[in-house]
Structures are given as structure tokens and as C-alpha cells.
Design a protein around this ligand. Structure first.
Ligand code: GDP
Ligand code: MG
Length: 727
């Protein structure tokens, strides 16, 4: 039975999957050769399908059909000369916009075209939704989705190709690129002239010929002369005249104008048919960035976010903190009642529970802080922060990219210093590592919370934010200093990436928050536990202390005198007397505790270093606490807890009272916070600095420099504040 023969050509961009689809259709029945006269590979195959003999041609991959490259000329000539029954345009659906240029050119050629939206899997995976029905309508072309390498949609593609070949419908004129009025007028004029001159005997589509002549297509000119002889010369003359006219009108080459307009047409199609979550995200991101990275308001917004983050950390964290406090107290009471009065009980209650307890209460604050940082990171705002900081970072001689490790430093300096690895230039990296410790890490937060909470009340959030800002400012100054001296050189150029904003999932936020909080918890189990025990041992030994007065006797004296008073007093006055008694007793006990701590090893150590800290308004307890902070900054708080409240109260309330009683003022609290902000990095961080810079030199420089700066800054705050009359 003789079958009807059809020729089907496969056109498409390079790498759109033409060969893959060609192979899928033809299987092993392929003939491979070259196109005549050139070394471009030509593949042909014949298959039988639905009673048809199909000759399939794999055209060279092209992006367009201009006469400039050999591949494009081959593909176009084949379509013009061999007039295949159908051209299948293999479109890479994952880069629709680029693929559509060739597609619109094929449509202009007025051959029968069908679109294979190949790589449909990739497009889907990238969140691009293509409305194939709309695309089909807009361009009046059948559209089939395919996944070439999985053989999906190939059968349907062939069936539709055969259908199209057999249909005798005329493609609709309107479904092609429509140019602007001046160009359309010229096309029309030229088209009428061609029809007149050639008596409609031209083998190619007349409109297409007119367009190509206006684009000064040398091959079409040549073909026209071959086909129309002398008439062709007249036509080309008119085309030249029209080209000159258009060039004058647009002040540009008509070919460029027409290319632009094709792209305009394509972007119109894209708007209609492509709903890409990615594209939308990019568009939305651009709008958001107009505000968030705005030259004038971007920075204030950034400051606001940082401020809001600490407000949230401070106020929201208060509720769970109180719960944990109550829990710690309960545990402490439980152990106290359970165990006999021994050395071990003292260690457990006043060492372990008091020490670890005074830190664990900050877990909520730290969780919230890390949660906020996770939001910044996961939404893409972190990159904007880097962008905003770029200008400021250039003041230091670094670029915005260095700000990401620095921002991470707010969480923990160790991963932050490791994050500096992403910087290409060695000097940039070292400089970033050296200034990162000034980014106040979350371990310092408990110190601020205690001190600011105690001495600044409702303004605590603002004070803490300012502390952080001081850290940022000092890192900038330090950067400048080092850039000008030790690490001379220009910063390496780089491109700032701004990923699209995305709404983070709660799950990923929680995971990121937890990943980092785990480090905090692990520290609590290890370093802080050990540190607390060491601090307790130092502050509880020697055991038998010669007190300056006999506290027991004094206490009994007070008790007996009050019981005498109470027995004589009016019933209404009993309350008052009781509270007065409690007051006096607690004052006495506090004095005993203070004396005991003073006469412990810790006290000796503290007194030895006290001269260093007294100009800063920090007493020997503060000095010791700062010393122990080298192990881990969280220990500063637990040391303060142990030194001031040997009875094991873990709640900040008690610490506050004790601190005030020990002579701390809001000014010295501020000086202490500044010192904590700036002084030597913790053990883990110094180790990281040594590891990442590869030398002890930078590590010791960091330790010495930061501690020196901390002392100077705290000195200036305290002494300066005193001069100005603050307390
Ligand atoms: P050509 O340059 O147009 O001939 O493209 P090829 O047929 O050589 O294909 C380029 C690459 O894309 C090959 O690695 C194919 O396996 C792959 N490919 C082709 N079609 C698809 C598809 O639909 N989905 C995916 N994921 N890959 C494809
Ligand atoms: Mg190929």
C-alpha cells in the first residue's frame, strides 16, 4: 500500500533537544551526512506512522533566521527551498523568551509550524507555568509539551504534525509580529509593489520578502533578482528608498528597530502565557528593593529592623524567661530540701544550678534572636543588608560581602569567622576576621540583659541596640585603621548578588534557629557547667573563713530584739515590724555573703586585678566575671550570679538588687557592657581566628587590640560620664 509522504523539519535553538527528539522519533533509522558544501552535520531519518511515510530532518540549531551564520542560512534555505510540510520548532520551555525569537521568525516565513515545548520537566521544576492554549491561540500554532529525553509527548507531537500537514487552513495574518505604523506602512507599500511587479508569481511569502528587504537581507535580495529578473532591481530600489526613509524616521537601522519590535512582541506574549513564580518573585523583589535598598530610607529601615529585633528579643523573651526562672528556683528548692547540708549540696545548689540556671534563663532570648536572624537570612534581607552596607564597608576598604560574616557574628563569632572563607582576597578575609569580634555575639546578650534590665528599665532595648551600634562603629574604625596600616591594599571587586525575596517556611526558620541554638545548649552542658563549677570552687574556698563579725550572733540578736518588739506592739504594727526585720536580716546575710566571697580565692584573685578595673567603675566581682568570660561569654553572668548571690538565687531580680548593693550604678553598668562588647574574644573564637588566619600573630593581635580598645572605651564612658555628671 503506497503511503503518503510527508517531510517534517526540526528547527530550534542549540541545546533545545532537537537531536534528542529526532532520535526519539527515528530510532535507529537515521542517515547522517553533511549539508551540501559545508561541514555542518545533516541528519535525516524515515519513519512510518499512521499510514504515512515521514521524512524527518534535524536542522542546525539556530537562535534566529538571519543570513549571518552558516547554520541559519542552511536552516532558512531548507525551509524556503524544500518547503517541508511541517516545521516542528523545538522550544526550550525553560527559556521561553529566548526560544520565541526563532519561533516568531518561523511564523513570519509562513510555513506550517508546530511548537514542541520541550524541557517541560525543567520548566515545571523551576516553577514556570506556561499557558500552552493561550500561546497556541496568540500565535495560531499547535503546541505540544514534550520531555525529549523521556520520550514524553513525542507521539502526540507527530500526530499533531501530521494533522497540521493535512489541514488546509490558512494561518491567520494577525497572529504574527505587528510592527509600528511607519514600518507597517513601508512593508505594505513594498508588498504592493512586489505583487505588482512580479504579478504574484514569487515563490516566497510576499510580506516576508518585503520585511527581509527592509532588513537589507542579502540572500533574499539575491533570490529576488533570480526569481524576478529586472523587476527585482526596481523592487530593491524601492526597498532602499524605504529603508532610508525609516532610518531617517527612527534615527537607527531599520533592522535594529524591527528586531527590537520583535522582542517587544515576544515580551508581550511572555506576559500573557508565562506565569513564573520565579519571575513574579523577581518582579516583586524589585519593587520591595525600591524601598528596602533605597538610598535614603533603606538605611534607617535597616537600623529599625535591628532595633526591632532586639526589642522583640528583650520583651517577648521575658515571658518564657520568667517561667524558666521559676523552674530553676523550684529545682533549687527541691534539691535543697532533699539533700543534707553537705559540701555536695552546696556545689549542686550554689555552683551547678545557680551557674547553669543563670544562663539557661536566657535561652528564650537567644532563640528569638536566632529566629530573627533566620528570618533575615531566609527572606533574602540579609543580602540587602550587605548591599546597604556596601558603601559603609567601602569606607573600611571592604565590600558588602564582608558584612555577611559580620552580621552572622551577632549570633556567634565562630561560624561568622568561618563564613569569611567566602571572601576571595586574603587581606579582605583577615581584615573581616579581625573586625568580626566587635559584632556582639549572642553570648554577650545575657550580660546586657542583666545590666541594662537592672539599670535602664524600660530603656533597656534602646541601650542594648546602642551597644550593638557601638560595636559596629568600632569595627568600622578598626577596619580603617588596619586597612591603612597592616593590611594595605585595595578591596577586590565583586558583584553583589541579590536573590529574590521569598517567604520563608516556618519549618526552615525553626531548623535554622535550632541549628544555632544547639551550640548554645551544648556550651551550657560543657564549658558553662565546668566554668560554673570552677567559679564556685574559687569562690567557696577556703571553707573556714574568719569573719570580721560573728554573723550568727548578730542575726540572733536582731531576731530576739524584734520578737521582743513584736510581743509588745500593737497588732496593726506587726506587719511593718516583720518587714523591717526581714530587711535587716537580708542586709546582714548579704554582707556575710559579700565578705565570704571577698575572702575566698576568687576574692584574692579579684583584688589582685581590681586596680585594672576600678578606673572603669567595675568592682572586683565584675573584674573576676570578665576574666572568666574568656572561657565563654555566658559565664560572665553566671559568675556574677555566684559572686553576688551565693545562696543560689538565679533570677535577674535578685542579681539586680545585689548589683546595686555592691555599688554598681547605671554608668558603671554601661561601662561594663561596653567592656564586655569589645574585650577579648572567647576561647572558641580565638581558636577559630588562629585556625582561619593560619597564624598566632593575628590571634594575639586580636586579643591584645580588642582588650585595649575595650579598656579605653569603658574608661572613656565611665570617666567621661562622671565628668558630665551622670551616675
Ligand atoms: P540539540 O542541540 O537541540 O540537538 O539538543 P540535544 O538533543 O543534544 O539535547 C541537549 C541536552 O538536553 C541533552 O543532554 C538531552 O539529554 C537534554 N534534553 C533533551 N530534551 C530534554 C527534556 O525534555 N528534558 C530534559 N531534562 N533534558 C532534555
Ligand atoms: Mg543537536
Amino acid at each position: 500500500m503506497p503511503s503518503r509522504r510527508l517531510t517534517i523539519a526540526l528547527a530550534g535553538n542549540p541545546n533545545s533537544g532537537k537531536t534528542t527528539i529526532f532520535n526519539a522519533i527515528t530510532g535507529t533509522r537515521q542517515k547522517v551526512g553533511n549539508w551540501p558544501g559545508v561541514t555542518v552535520e545533516k541528519k535525516e531519518g524515515i519513519v512510518h506512522k499512521h499510514g504515512y511515510e515521514l521524512k524527518i530532518i534535524d536542522l542546525p540549531g539556530t537562535y534566529s533566521l538571519t543570513p549571518f551564520s552558516i547554520e541559519e542560512i542552511i536552516a532558512r534555505n531548507y525551509i524556503l527551498d524544500e518547503s517541508p510540510d511541517v516545521v516542528i520548532d523545538i522550544i526550550d520551555a525553560s527559556s521561553l523568551e529566548r526560544s520565541l525569537y526563532l519561533a516568531t521568525q518561523l511564523r513570519e516565513l509562513d510555513c506550517k509550524v508546530i511548537f514542541a515545548l520541550n524541557m517541560a520537566d525543567i520548566a515545571r521544576a523551576r516553577g514556570m507555568k506556561i499557558d500552552s492554549k493561550k500561546l497556541s491561540e496568540l500565535l495560531d500554532v499547535p503546541v505540544v509539551f514534550t520531555v525529549g529525553n523521556k520520550n514524553e509527548g513525542i507521539d502526540k507531537l507527530l500526530t499533531q504534525a501530521i494533522e497540521l500537514a493535512e489541514s488546509n487552513r490558512q494561518p491567520q495574518r494577525g497572529r504574527k509580529v505587528k510592527y509600528s505604523k511607519d514600518i507597517e506602512d513601508s512593508i505594505l507599500e513594498l508588498k504592493r509593489f512586489i505583487e505588482l511587479k512580479t504579478d504574484k508569481r514569487l515563490p516566497y511569502d510576499v510580506r516576508w520578502t518585503a520585511i527581509k528587504l527592509l532588513e537589507d537581507d542579502r540572500i533574499v535580495k539575491q533570490r529576488l533578482q533570480e526569481a524576478a529578473g529586472l523587476a527585482g532591481v526596481d523592487i530593491i530600489q524601492l526597498a532602499e528608498k524605504l529603508r532610508a526613509h525609516l532610518a531617517d524616521r527612527f534615527d537607527d537601522d531599520p533592522q535594529i528597530i524591527m528586531t527590537d519590535e520583535r522582542y517587544g512582541f515576544i515580551s508581550g506574549i511572555i506576559k500573557e502565557v508565562l506565569t513564573s513564580t520565579t519571575q513574579q518573585r523577581i518582579d516583586i523583589s524589585r519593587s520591595i528593593d525600591l524601598v528596602l535598598t533605597n538610598r535614603f530610607i533603606g538605611f534607617p529601615i535597616f537600623i529599625f529592623f535591628i532595633w526591632a529585633m532586639f526589642q522583640l528579643t528583650f520583651t517577648l523573651g521575658d515571658y518564657p524567661t520568667q517561667l524558666i526562672e521559676a523552674g530553676v528556683n523550684l529545682l533549687s528548692e527541691f534539691v535543697k530540701n532533699l539533700m543534707p547540708e553537705t559540701f555536695l549540696k552546696d556545689l549542686l545548689v550554689n555552683g551547678v544550678i545557680a551557674g547553669v540556671g543563670s544562663v539557661v534563663v536566657f535561652l528564650p532570648n537567644i532563640l528569638i534572636l536566632f529566629f530573627c536572624i533566620a528570618i533575615f537570612e531566609d527572606t533574602g534581607y540579609m543580602a540587602r543588608a550587605a548591599f546597604l552596607m556596601d558603601k559603609i564597608m567601602h569606607l573600611i576598604g571592604l565590600h558588602g560581602k564582608s558584612f555577611i560574616p559580620m552580621l552572622m557574628g551577632f549570633g556567634c563569632n565562630v561560624p561568622a569567622i568561618m563564613a569569611a572563607r567566602t571572601l576571595e582576597s586574603e587581606k579582605d578575609r583577615i581584615l573581616t576576621i579581625l573586625i568580626t569580634p566587635f559584632m556582639s555575639c549572642s553570648a554577650k546578650l545575657p550580660v546586657y540583659i542583666i545590666l541594662a534590665g537592672a539599670f535602664f528599665g524600660t530603656r533597656a532595648g534602646t541601650v542594648i541596640s546602642s551597644i550593638y551600634l557601638v560595636g559596629i562603629m568600632l569595627s568600622i574604625l578598626t577596619g580603617r585603621l588596619f586597612r591603612a596600616t597592616l593590611l594595605k591594599g585595595a578591596d577586590a571587586p565583586f558583584v553583589m548578588e541579590l536573590p529574590p525575596y521569598r517567604a520563608p517556611t516556618i519549618k526552615s526558620l525553626l531548623i535554622h534557629m535550632w541549628d544555632r541554638s544547639r551550640v548554645f545548649l551544648r556550651k551550657m552542658g560543657g564549658i558553662i557547667l565546668i566554668g560554673s563549677i570552677v567559679v564556685w570552687v574559687l569562690s567557696s574556698f577556703p571553707r573556714n573563713i574568719q569573719y570580721s563579725i560573728d554573723y550568727k550572733k548578730e542575726i540572733n540578736k536582731i531576731k530576739s530584739s524584734y520578737s521582743k518588739l513584736k510581743s509588745k506592739a500593737d497588732p496593726s504594727a506587726i506587719r511593718l515590724l516583720e518587714s523591717m526585720e526581714a530587711d535587716e536580716l537580708s542586709k546582714l546575710r548579704m554582707a556575710q555573703r559579700a565578705e565570704r566571697a571577698e575572702k575566698s580565692y576568687m576574692g584574692h584573685l579579684g583584688r589582685a586585678i581590681a586596680p585594672v578595673f576600678s578606673p572603669l567603675g567595675i568592682d572586683w566581682r565584675g573584674g573576676v566575671a570578665l576574666l572568666t568570660g574568656f572561657v565563654a561569654k555566658e559565664i560572665v553572668v553566671s559568675t556574677i550570679g555566684i559572686l553576688h548571690a551565693v545562696k543560689g538565687e538565679a533570677e535577674p531580680e535578685a542579681l539586680k538588687n545585689a548589683l546595686s548593693a555592691a555599688g554598681m550604678t547605671s554608668l558603671s553598668a554601661l561601662a561594663m557592657m561596653i567592656f564586655v562588647l569589645l574585650y577579648l574574644p572567647c576561647l572558641a573564637t580565638t581558636t577559630a581566628i588562629r585556625r582561619e588566619t593560619g597564624s598566632y600573630k593575628w590571634m594575639f593581635l586580636s586579643i591584645g587590640y580588642s582588650t585595649g580598645i575595650a579598656w579605653l572605651a569603658a574608661f572613656m564612658v565611665y570617666q567621661g560620664g562622671k565628668l558630665l555628671g551622670f551616675t
